[in-house]
Design a protein around this ligand. Structure first.
Ligand SMILES: [Zn+2]
Length: 582
């Protein structure tokens, strides 16, 4: 705790301003009795008075965004959450960026104090937009600001860590913009306390008129056709009704959906995210022509993101991500099947995909430990596989019932974790032995040679085969490439496009930034990947060189210092035979 009187080096004037400011904010939200309590707290708490004011001014110049951090006292270092987009931040030459495990840290090269720092940001990667971009761009040039990556996390001043509980985000008013939309933000403040879903927000800046519907508000890119928009609105309404019905919980607030079209991507796909009551969806594709007749990936994205309004916004999840992401995946495909938007064959393919990708991730650590290993495949695929397993044992849609049970009594807490989910499992279904097996599957390491046996214990009938689907081939190529990159680069970012793997921001000894189009002569990542995987694994084991082909014609010779795990056979779902006389 900070000793009293530590802030006396400030002028009285500043103190009064600060108190007045806090009071104005407080008055907006609190009743008189609470206000008196806050006043008393203010008088006795030096911490509250020691807050440093940070104004973050946002403006735009040509295609760049300018962020100006202005402080009311000299500081030494400013910390932001570590993110690869920081490579697109440019500062004055006098500043430098350092990184540690969690943060990107900006400071003066000569170590001197500063009271402001200006950052120029190029809003997107050349080939692909990324989820939770700092600035998400609409085709008319308007933008959605994601505060998570522009909000300072920590600041060091003269006397160590300074209190930045209140940060003010000022968007310089421009005649250009008609709407400044910040749903559920407290004025122009953005909070630096609590979990990221509570403190981070999307703020829309632009000229697109929000359209209000019964349950939600939509800010839609002008380039999205009327027909597609109609489909989306219909889907969103149907999904909202469905989730409310099966979970037994109505959404308490109107939510807001931002839909932008991102044209620079070479592949057609969709991405998105949810923060509080805000849903963000990005559609990629050069011409906005969505030729997929069932719009499967779009339907999946919308269904997945909307379930987060229940399992993340209405009730906060305080636990490992497999539950939160896996359930959203399971719910998405289950609702799409139920509403007739996908066939049973597609649904079964998705189960098979979860099962195989989950299997490929097991053997090194438990599913509970997927977060600390940044293992997204394990988080999404093992997480949904656990839900499919519940259905396998207790009947189709049984896993939905667990969520209904879980939500039914969480109001007084407002949050849940995986322990609560397992409790709800035991309340809903009473095969204790099965439930314990599932609990152990999540919490303990499954040894590599016991994976298939473990799946059988969970009720799955599977055939081990060499036949792999296109998706599985791509997954294997992805696994191998990720392995090679992990071996060579301590910190890396890449994404997969139709043409190959695009590498950015690397600290690697051999891999170079650019588009990788072939790995050891294999240039079609959607077929023969099992052969590629096994051949390259052999080269890793014997330290033989692997050739990496880049799109500019360069060939890199790469020695892989560590072999990836042995490839599991492909596990095909065997459909249960109807029971009858033997
Ligand atoms: Zn999700």
């Amino acid at each position: 705790m900070q000793p009293k009187g530590l802030c006396l080096d400030r002028s009285n004037n500043q103190l009064i301003l600060r108190k007045g400011y806090l009071l104005r904010q407080a008055r907006k939200y609190l009743s008189m009795s609470k206000l008196i309590f806050i006043l008393i707290t203010l008088i006795f708490s030096t911490n509250a008075l020691c807050q440093t004011m940070v104004d973050v001014n946002v403006s735009k110049k040509d295609e760049y965004y300018i962020l100006e951090y202005v402080l009311d006292e000299p500081i030494k270092k400013i910390y932001f959450l570590k993110d690869n987009s920081r490579t697109r931040w440019t500062t004055d030459d006098k500043f430098e960026r350092n990184k540690n495990e969690k943060y990107d840290i900006y400071a003066k090269k000569d170590g001197s104090f500063f009271e402001s720092i200006t950052v120029k940001i190029k809003p997107f990667y050349e080939s692909k937009e990324k989820d939770y971009e700092s600035f998400i761009i609409f085709s008319d040039g308007s933008s959605l600001i994601y505060t998570g990556y522009i909000r300072p996390e920590k600041i060091y001043g003269r006397k160590g860590l300074v209190n930045i509980d209140n940060l003010s985000l000022n968007i310089l008013k421009s005649k250009e913009y008609v709407y400044t939309l910040c749903a559920y933000c407290d004025g122009n403040m953005f909070n630096s306390k609590g979990k990221h879903v509570d403190k981070d927000k999307y703020i829309y800046l632009g000229n697109i008129k929000p359209i209000e519907y019964d349950r939600f508000i939509v800010v839609k890119d002008n380039d999205i056709s009327k027909d597609l928009n109609k489909i989306i609105i219909k889907r969103i309404s149907a999904l909202t009704n469905y989730y409310e019905r099966v979970t037994g919980k109505l959404l308490t607030n109107k939510y807001i959906i931002f839909i932008n079209q991102f044209k620079l991507s070479s592949s057609e796909n969709f991405s998105g995210g949810v923060l509080g009551n805000q849903v963000q969806l990005t559609f990629s594709g050069e011409d906005g022509d969505f030729t997929d007749p069932h719009l499967l990936s779009l339907n999946y994205l919308v269904a997945h993101e909307l379930f987060h309004l229940w399992n993340a916004s209405l009730f906060t999840h305080k636990g490992s991500s497999w539950l939160h992401e896996g359930s959203a995946d399971y719910m998405a495909y289950t609702v799409l099947l139920d509403l007739g938007m996908i066939s049973k064959a597609v649904y079964d393919e998705k189960i098979e995909e979860s099962l195989n990708i989950c299997a490929s991730r097991l053997g090194k650590y438990s599913i509970e430990q997927a977060d600390e290993n940044n293992d997204n495949d394990m988080i999404y695929k093992c997480g949904s596989f656990i839900h499919y397993s519940v259905d396998k044992s207790y009947g189709h849609k049984s896993a939905i019932k667990i969520w209904e049970t879980l939500f039914s009594n969480r109001e007084k807490f407002g949050y849940y974790n995986s322990k609560d989910w397992f409790k709800a499992l035991n309340t809903s279904f009473n095969n204790k032995q099965y439930n314990d097996t599932l609990f152990s599957f999540v919490n303990n390491l499954v040894k590599s040679d016991l994976i298939i046996e473990q799946f059988k214990t969970l009720g799955w009938h599977i055939n081990e085969t060499l036949v792999t689907t296109k998706n599985h081939n791509i997954q294997l190529a992805f696994d191998m490439f990720k392995h090679l990159m992990t071996v060579d680069c301590s910190d890396f970012y890449f994404n997969f496009s139709a043409d190959g793997f695009f590498i950015t921001d690397l600290k690697c000894s051999q891999f170079k930034a650019g588009l990788v189009v072939s790995i050891d002569g294999y240039d079609h990542f959607d077929k023969d990947s099992a052969d590629m995987y096994n051949e390259i694994r052999g080269k890793c084991l014997t330290s033989k060189p692997i050739m990496i082909g880049m799109s500019d014609g360069q060939e890199l010779e790469f020695i892989c210092a560590d072999a990836p795990r042995k490839l599991l056979p492909y596990l095909a779902l065997a459909h249960d035979k109807p029971s009858g006389p033997i």
